[in-house]
Design a protein around this ligand. Structure first.
Ligand code: HAM
Length: 422
């Protein structure tokens, strides 16, 4: 017996129905915010991913050498590929350039519920705009995308790496210290953080204030901690404007300022954010993003960039956990020829209806009426057309409503109007 590789999944028609529903739903929201779709290859040159993160990232990748000796990797995410494509082909496009994507990603992760080695992301990048309104819209888009899918309970948390860097500077923390501290902050392991800060010679008082600032949503507390750093103060002011726009213009007030959001990836700077679905427990992070810098590293002219990606698979899990009813897979009509002489006419009717965009199937197993109706029921068919010799002589067929079992005789010439989609 063969099985799917560890960390990968098959998707049955019922599952694909949910995935297509979600994709369609999200594509609609992206388009409504003026984004255009982009697609990049599933594998890239390995260097694209090591350029910023260094060789250590290879442990987390599906990296391989092809027959021509090229070092390649299955993409772990789409931001670097999209920026590569921008630098290669899209630099002359009018700004801002708003790009969205759906794509499979591959990470050599330890598989568990909500964490796979092959998973899908739905994401976007905005290139060439970093005004407060552009950033507020990006946050609003991430939130709206998830709300529009039908999710009820999500949490948007917003952090800022410029402010965190200013705090590191204030506390005289060096790059090596930061490498130890950032993962602890990212995972909100504040007890361990306190110990690590002590080991880095941060005073008890400063450590306590820092940990409190990481957890507070009180802008004044943050302000008083970073007051001497002009850059950080400017950044905090911009954050205030962005948050006020999010609330007063985009009418989204369900967010939290949380400086403990520092993101795992290496390319971020400035504002970063995450959206969680608490219903998912351990793997609750549905979305992550922020502003970042890759364009100049990839050889392009400096331009502001930001974006986010939503874990498509986790969004489905969260919807299922919340008891969301996905629209079922539906067949509009099932046609049952009463005997073999009725098969040709049944197919002709099926084809006529299909030409008009109606989904139709007909019994291809020459089963009896009882079994055919049972099959139609199992497929959630709305209407069944029974093609019998007596009715056909009068150029009519029987139409059965599967919801209530009512039957009526319909003229062949009227069948199309009967099923016409409004
Ligand atoms: P990320 O946080 O690494 O960000 O991934 C985004 C989302 O993908 C996560 O929040 C999570 O829902 C989902 N995800 C990540 N790993 C897995 C996995 N192993 N199995 C299932 N789902 C997973 C990025 O990838 C950035 N490129 C986002 C971005 C775009 N930043 C700026 N632009």
């Amino acid at each position: 017996m063969f099985q799917v590789p560890r960390g990968t999944r098959d998707f049955t028609p019922d599952e694909m129905q949910k995935r297509r529903y979600l994709e369609h739903n999200m594509a609609k929201t992206f388009s409504s915010f003026g984004y255009g779709e982009i697609q990049t290859p599933t594998f890239e040159n390995l260097e694209l991913f090591t350029a910023k993160s260094g060789e250590s990232i290879i442990n987390e990748l599906y990296a391989f050498t092809d027959k021509g000796g090229r070092e390649l990797a299955l993409r772990p995410e789409l931001t670097a590929p999209v920026i590569r494509c921008y630098v290669e082909r899209l630099q002359m496009e009018p700004k801002p350039l708003k790009l969205f994507y759906f794509g499979n990603c591959y990470r050599y992760d330890r598989p568990q519920k909500g964490r796979y080695r092959e998973f899908q992301q739905a994401g976007c990048e905005i290139i060439g705009a970093d005004t407060c309104e552009a950033t507020a819209e990006l946050l609003a888009l991430a939130f709206t995308l998830l709300k529009n899918t039908g999710l009820k309970n999500i949490q948007l948390n917003i952090g800022n790496l410029t402010i965190i860097s200013a705090i590191f500077k204030k506390l005289h923390l060096l790059k090596d210290d930061q490498k130890i501290l950032l993962p602890l902050i990212d995972k909100s392991q504040f007890d361990d953080l306190k110990v690590a800060l002590r080991d880095s010679n941060v005073s008890e008082n400063d450590a306590e204030r820092f940990i409190s600032v990481l957890q507070t949503s009180d802008i004044n507390e943050i302000r008083s901690f970073i007051a001497e750093d002009a850059d950080a103060m400017k950044e905090l002011q911009l954050m205030e404007t962005i948050l006020s726009m999010l609330k007063n213009a985009f009418l989204i007030s369900e967010y939290e300022l949380k400086l403990s959001i520092v993101r795992g990836l290496d390319y971020y700077k400035g504002l970063v954010f995450e959206i969680d679905a608490p219903v998912l427990g351990a793997e609750k992070q549905l979305c992550g993003g922020g502003s970042y810098d890759l364009v100049s590293l990839f050889g392009g002219s400096e331009v502001p960039t930001s974006g986010f990606a939503i874990g498509f698979d986790r969004t489905i899990l969260a919807l299922e956990e919340e008891g969301f009813t996905f629209p079922p897979m539906k067949l509009d009509v099932f046609i049952i020829p009463v005997n073999q002489d009725m098969i040709t006419t049944s197919i002709q009717i099926a084809q006529q209806l299909r030409d008009h965009g109606i989904s139709v199937d007909f019994d291809q197993l020459r089963r009896g009426m009882g079994k055919s109706l049972k099959y139609a029921d199992a497929k959630h068919v709305e209407k069944v057309i029974i093609v019998g010799p007596k009715e056909l002589e009068k150029k009519t067929v029987t139409v059965r409503d599967m919801k209530n079992g009512n039957q009526e005789i319909v003229a062949l010439t009227e069948i199309y109007t009967k099923f016409k989609k409004t």
